[in-house]
Design a protein around this ligand. Sequence first.
Ligand SMILES: [Fe+2]
Length: 240
Amino acid sequence: MSSVFHKIHPDLGQLSFQWMRALALQNPLGFARTMIREAMKNGNLVKSLKNCHVKGLDSYVLYDSKKEGGFMLRIFFAYPGSLDNIYDRNGNFILGIHNHRFDISFIPILGAMVNVRTEILPNPTPESTRLHEFSFSSAILNGAMSADYQKPVDATPLREDVLMPGMHATMKAEELHTVRIKNSEATEGVAWIVIEGPDINPDSLIYGTKEKLTLNREELYQTMTKEEVIPRLQWLMERI
Ligand SMILES: [Fe+2]
């Protein structure tokens, strides 16, 4: 598959999000292997972050041509014990329900990821859940995290899609989700590739069950060197 990419364009970063996604979804695991191998040689890995958003979740950035209207390709790696809650009872920030600034596709490559989805309703129903909406400013994008309270909303019950390696899922920027891992099944951790398109949605929103959201950046968003990322990618390559 590597040669297929290079026939299309010698510089992967020049491919559009739509092209990249179409290639990925034809053969998700073949795509994953090719892209990881390519990234170990030529990728811009230095945007990778340890403890990205929450402790125990790493983000290994393989390629990023978003600023040129392209895509971002990264791997999220969740260590066992991370991503086990959707809401924090004390109102602390966790990777809860959120939208994205971009259209997005997921390709699980190790273990089972659970894509947890919900929708905001115009009116409450007997089954709906009261949530609180915050506009979110990401530390990755703006250097500092902030969350400003917006309003109470009513959401549908959570729907869980279990995604295994070889499967994929696609969501529009405004659709809401979060990701969990099944800790009982995750002995080594769970990894999935994310393909993100260009930013098209200016409103980053997150949802919690409390009217307050406490952000604590401590130990989050730690930069990683290429020398730290490559052994992690090598380790993954041996398992997919
Ligand atoms: Fe997300």
